[in-house]
Design a protein around this ligand. Structure first.
Ligand code: UDP
Length: 255
């Protein structure tokens, strides 16, 4: 009997060996989409990031979800320090992530990658609402799913959203892409302490007890409870995203 025809368009593409991770959640900070110190979206940077994602999508049979931050535009904490109501300010931050998600979707689709943006706060005119089963189906069909508006709740971060969505869609790993030149988790801040050493592997408990700069503690706790490993790596170096997905030991593995 003939095999059923796959609905995944990637079946026809080149196969280059088994990647280490089959379903990944890539966490992109908002600042990764802006020029250094900038408060906007840089079209050329978004295009470059989209081409990294497109390269993996085209050449490896991997399900890709992306959680985008919004810190390039607004952070809830900044507003609350200035006297704003924290929840109100966080809602502004979550809306900022949607702007970034739409920019990334645009760039990916210009690279011929099929995408869906799903938001944790309903805005049906511009994106789908987040529905877990539908998100999984999109991934199975080979679409890159961009999760926007974080968890939909104030007092959280998009790091926690990445950990949560990874658990929900049964991802193998959270890939935390850095953009500041720091290529993993160090024993101290490598930008101020020359004796800081890169840790190639570290446990969730060490991250929490030593307060290592990986993701916020809520995100680490969600990954720990669900045994979702995290790879922290320098996303801005060309080819790194693909290398990490394939299994090269770049950056730091947290598990
Ligand atoms: N935010 C929120 N709940 C969430 C995710 C994000 O309230 O579940 C808000 C929060 O104000 C945060 C802002 O959105 O400061 C932008 O997200 P984040 O700081 O995680 O962005 P990143 O640092 O990754 O650019």
């Amino acid at each position: 009997m003939a095999a059923a025809e796959s609905t995944d368009p990637r079946r026809a593409r080149r196969w280059e060996g088994p990647p280490k991770w089959r379903r990944v959640v890539l966490k992109l900070s908002g600042e990764a989409l802006a020029e250094a110190g900038g408060h906007n979206v840089s079209a050329s940077i978004v295009d470059a990031l989209a081409s990294e994602i497109a390269e993996v999508w085209t050449s490896l049979e991997v399900d890709i979800a992306v959680v985008v931050g919004g810190g390039n535009i607004w952070r809830g904490m900044a507003g609350s320090v200035g006297g704003m109501d924290r929840a109100q300010s966080d809602h502004m931050g979550m809306l900022a992530t949607v702007i970034n998600a739409l920019a990334l979707q645009d760039a990916l689709e210009r690279s011929d990658v099929p995408t869906r943006v799903m938001t944790a706060i309903g805005m049906a005119q511009i994106a789908e609402p987040y529905i877990r089963r539908r998100a999984v189906r999109h991934l199975e069909k080979g679409r890159v799913v961009i999760f926007a508006a974080g968890t939909g709740n104030p007092f959280f971060t998009t790091d926690t959203a990445a950990a949560l969505r990874a658990a929900e869609v049964d991802a193998d790993v959270v890939l935390k892409g850095t953009h500041s030149g720091v290529d993993g988790v160090y024993t101290a801040d490598p930008q101020t302490d020359p004796s800081a050493q890169l840790l190639s592997e570290v446990t969730f408990l060490e991250v929490l007890s030593r307060e290592l700069a990986v993701m916020d503690s809520a995100a680490i706790a969600v990954c720990k409870d669900n045994a979702t490993p995290i790879v922290v790596f320098d996303l801005m170096t060309r080819g790194n995203f693909r290398s990490v997905v394939e299994g090269e030991a770049l950056g730091t593995l947290v598990r």
